[in-house]
Design a protein around this ligand. Structure first.
Ligand code: GDP
Length: 362
């Protein structure tokens, strides 16, 4: 199984960018993630879809299949995109890496009829503060009165097939969103007019309901990552793993476990790790690394399979003793051949950062 073997190269593997989805309640964050997940499953051969903990991996081959003519896979060498499954800015703010955001890139979902709402503005503030590059998904385009859906179509194609009236109503709403972005200090435009995604925010009209614009959304995210984040994605994939705790929870047969995202290096089933806890760093030996078993293999009791190693960027469930005091959002670091007290000190200083942030945000 290639994805459980430790990586062979020792330096400069390109990892998957981590994507977060933010936006006002009911604007369609969960629906959009579900749609992306659904499209990925439909596009991949079902046997090839790996289940993940806390995140959805969409490999480049699947993006290319979904995006069709929009993507030429030879333009990319990043392996795909990893979407954090818990949308919303609470998880975005809690999940950090080395003091910054865990997510490398974000999708800000805005209901095309509803426009900017209080939580849209909060999300914008957080994205600004963490300097996270983002694009805007102007969602629910299918709710414009008179819309004729074209399931999973690239968005320009489906927009051109609408009546003049529908097109002009949609454009009016889209330009309102562009105006609101501008009021908040971001120069923005429809994504197909944006040349420089560092200077301008691209707006992608989508429907989580019909899948229209989803090919565009994945293409733009992939392009943005490839163009502006390639250097940050270069990691020593075989090095000691570094990650963030998503959730601390009881797993039958394993006691208290951590659901985590590994964003650098590799964690192995025989590693000793340091985890941030309520009472300070916890040093413990990994007992098992778990992944969800492929759906078709799930019988009754064994939902998870054990793997030997997990490389960044990926989700994993970690079973180990003494995890009761661990906390969501805390750092995880593998010690391996590093100096134990140095690693503990790193976790300690990262924990201090988390406390400050929590206080700031009330
Ligand atoms: P969240 O709170 O941002 O996660 O929003 P949800 O994904 O739960 O969506 C809120 C409601 O809007 C649900 O009833 C969805 O079915 C609906 N919805 C989301 N996206 C779309 C869309 O593109 N078109 C339509 N017609 N409804 C949508």
């Amino acid at each position: 199984m290639s994805d459980t073997d430790p990586p062979e190269t020792d330096a400069d593997t390109l990892r998957t960018p981590i994507v977060a989805v933010l936006g006002h309640v009911d604007h369609g964050k969960t629906s959009l993630l579900d749609r992306i997940r659904g499209s990925a499953v439909a596009a991949g051969e079902s046997g090839a879809i790996t289940q993940h903990i806390g995140a959805t991996a969409v490999p480049l081959s699947v993006i290319s299949e979904i995006a069709g003519e929009l993507v030429d896979p030879t333009d990319f060498d990043l392996p795909g995109l990893l979407f954090i499954d818990t949308p919303g800015h609470h998880s975005f703010s809690t999940l950090r890496s080395r003091g910054g955001a865990l997510a490398d890139i974000a999708i800000l979902v805005v209901d095309v009829n509803d426009g900017f709402q209080p939580q849209t503005l909060e999300a914008i503030d957080i994205l600004k503060r963490t300097e996270t590059p983002f694009i805007v998904a102007a969602n629910k385009i299918d709710t414009v009165p008179g819309w004729r859906p074209n399931e999973n179509s690239p968005v320009q194609q489906t927009m051109e097939s609408q009546s003049e009236r529908v097109q002009s109503d949609l454009n009016e709403n889209l330009y309102e969103i562009i105006g609101e972005l501008s009021d908040n200090g971001f120069s923005a435009d429809m994504y197909w007019r944006v040349q420089n995604f560092q200077a301008n925010i691209g707006v992608v009209p989508v429907s989580a309901e019909t899948g229209e614009g989803v090919p565009d959304l994945l293409t733009v995210m992939m392009g943005l990552s490839q163009r502006y984040m390639k250097e940050e994605m270069a990691i020593d994939a075989a090095g000691p793993g570094v990650g963030t705790v998503l959730e601390v929870k009881d797993t039958q047969g394993f006691g208290t476990t951590l659901d985590a995202i590994i964003y650098d290096g590799t964690i192995r089933a025989d590693d000793t790790i340091v985890v941030g806890g309520l009472q300070g760093p916890i040093v413990t030996d990994v007992r098992a690394l778990l992944r969800p078993r492929p759906l078709e293999e799930i019988r009754t009791e064994q939902t998870f399979e054990q793997v030997d190693a997990v490389a960044a960027a990926d989700g994993v469930k970690i079973a180990a003793p003494d995890l009761d005091g661990a906390m969501a959002g805390a750092p995880i670091r593998v010690i391996r051949d590093r100096n134990r007290s140095e690693v503990i000190a790193e976790v300690e200083s990262e924990l201090a950062g988390i406390e400050v942030t929590t206080q700031e945000e009330g």
